[in-house]
Design a protein around this ligand. Sequence first.
Ligand code: MIG
Length: 813
Amino acid sequence: MKNFVILISFLVLANLSVQAQTSLTFIGNAKTVDHTPGMVTVHAENGSVRVELISKNIFRYRASQSGVFTEAVSYAIVNPPSGKPQYNFTEELESITLSTSRMKIIIAKNPVRVTVYDPQGNIMNQDEPAFGVTFDGKEVRSYKTLFDDESFFGLGEKAHNLGRRNNQYTLWNSDTPAYKFGADPLYVSTPFFIGVRGGSAYGIYFDNSYKSYFNFGASNNRFYWFGAEQGEMDYYYIAGPAIRDVVSTYTTMTGLMELPPMWALGFQQSRWSYYPESRVREIASEFRKRDIPCDVIYLDIHYMDGYRVFTWDKERFPDPQKLLADLKAQGFKVVTIIDPGVKADTNYAVAREGLAGDHFAKYPDGIPYQGEVWPSWSFFPDFTKKETRTWWGGYLGNLLKQGIAGFWNDMNEPAVWGQVFPDIVMFNDEGKISSHKKIHNVYALKMAEATKDAIYQHSNNRHLVVTRAGFSGIQRYSSVWTGDNVSSWDHLRLALYMPLSMGLTGMSFTGSDVGGFIGTPTPDLFTRWLQLGAFTPFYRAHAEINSPDKEPWTYGEKHEKLNREAIKLRYRILPHLYNELYQSSVSGLPVMRAMFLEYQSDPETMKEQAFDQFMFGDQVLVAPVLYENDVKKQVYFPKGKWYGLHSGEVITSNGELITVQAPLEEIPYFLKEGGFFVTREPQQYVGEKKADELEVTVFPAVRSSYTLYQDDGITREYQKGNFSLTRFTADYDADALILNVRKEKGEFQSEVKTYLLKIAHMDDKGSVQMNGKELVKSAIPADTKAGMYHYDHYHRQLLIRVPADQPVSIKIQ
Ligand code: MIG
């Protein structure tokens, strides 16, 4: 046996040396080691490896074949944690050890390999002993040991369920209409993944914008690897063990989202394209007439004159300003599509000015590149250049002045009719001059930056930017929708999996084309999609050109009623959703959360059975129906009690699959024990009706708490502190339930006058006191004034209406 192993090793080594004669190169053995504060650089036979401690739980790994490390600027990392951590350094003959309170990194010298341990001494991540980092021509790769018990998640927008093991993925932003389940790559590239072993997680963000690959043990059981066609092997390792911390750290490093305006969370209606303006007016009136809430109508490419960006078709839209003002009076916002391609037409001002100002991407000989898209031959603005972003922003500013409320960036992969954008087109790259190979994946990111900056420059309000393509960090500027999906049940499932996965790589404000873009949904499919969409932060129905009508009233009276209810549910839960987005903007955690983000210690949540449902923030479990004709659903309930927010029943789970009823009119959703859920009266559009009252449902545990965020919903004043935080707590013991409501922070004066506290699953104990005074029991809930309570025997609910402008302490016994 021993001889056999030696023989194998000999063969392996012999083989390596043969390969080394080709261009495949391994890093080799260490020659010298430099240790400067927080940083170790090992110069080896075939290149150098650098490990830099960024914080106690993050290190950056770089490998350079030339041995030189330039100060590469990152497109994604905008907030590296500052302040070097405390660490111990030791060097021995064969290895170097760096350790912090959260991780231990051992760099073996011969050959140079990195292994990371958790504080308990378990190996979390390890360079594959034989291969480690490799160079093959310009290609860089990192080979890692693949452990039997390791699961992988991440890479954001992928047309799969959440598990990534046994698959290989490519990151190269691509226009992929009608993508199939499993199709790869798609529109957005986020080179970040999470590995989980024995319940503990780490994350790796590979900071490289070239075309990259991630192989999580597809067709081999020995290693996983990631790498790129060019650029540096440059990654950030984030130690867990909590997936939540890994995700939150990644998102914070790549930039937190800012709060969208509240109206951007309303329902939005789109089609390719609504025109002429009479059709747009008709759609708007139809929503109001039918009492179906809606905040935004989209104008797709037909609003332009011959698809020339920043123009209007004079016949279809003779007076945009008037149209926009009239729609505004009806409570609608209008968002226009913006494609980057600028028609190469010398009679067209944008093209002329772009040429004169040197704003287009060029071939190495200085001739501007032309590619074919909607306007036919077009120039492509170079968004990697500051002057160009500002120039573009000026045109966006004109649209804002006319009354456009937000922008929808499409075809920004950049797409050229499904063809190939030439590699040798050059971009400014903030002065560094780089080719399309490097810029392709960040083109949309820079375009989104230009778009958001333009809105900030021209308005004091918040922005809505929607993008199809993107890169790590896109959440700083834009929401992301999942592109050209199909009206099928498969795609309804993707409309859940994709946002869940995008949430693991920073993107919280996401959604799909409700109903499916291509094809015709059955009435039931459309309804089920609207129900899922009600819990999806970006909520927009859209339809392909030449497809039959796809509005919420298209499918007959019965479904219109169901669709109205689904959209009204969305408007009811807006205060809760808004609060969750606020959480995203401070913690970097998504609104739609894979179950394992909240219940990592329960391994069942990492299995497929738990991917057809999600946590809506940390309080509510949502179980959408995703299969045709289903009127029941098997839901995985983590151990504990769950209160059906629709059904009113309480489910007690031991950590098991439980079947719940899900008739067509219902999307099952549940409040965890100790959870709070905040709703309001629905309205036709955000701002139509003041919320005098918020309903706060609590399903009390021994100790429960929740913080509600409120602000004006539209301006950026909240960034200067004009907001409020209200703290709700409930303490439950055998004798009494004590509920406290108090404003914790902030000067913001909310329109809310009362909270209607709904205490779920509660007996009528006989005595309810508010701030020490016995409350009067009201027979009818509607009569309950601030300072009265009502007991609902049927639902076993206690309702108490309390004033919102003063601290309140309720004692029920
Ligand atoms: O070549 O603008 O994904 O939402 O309706 C298709 C027309 C271009 C693709 C977008 C889709 C949009 C369509 N666009």
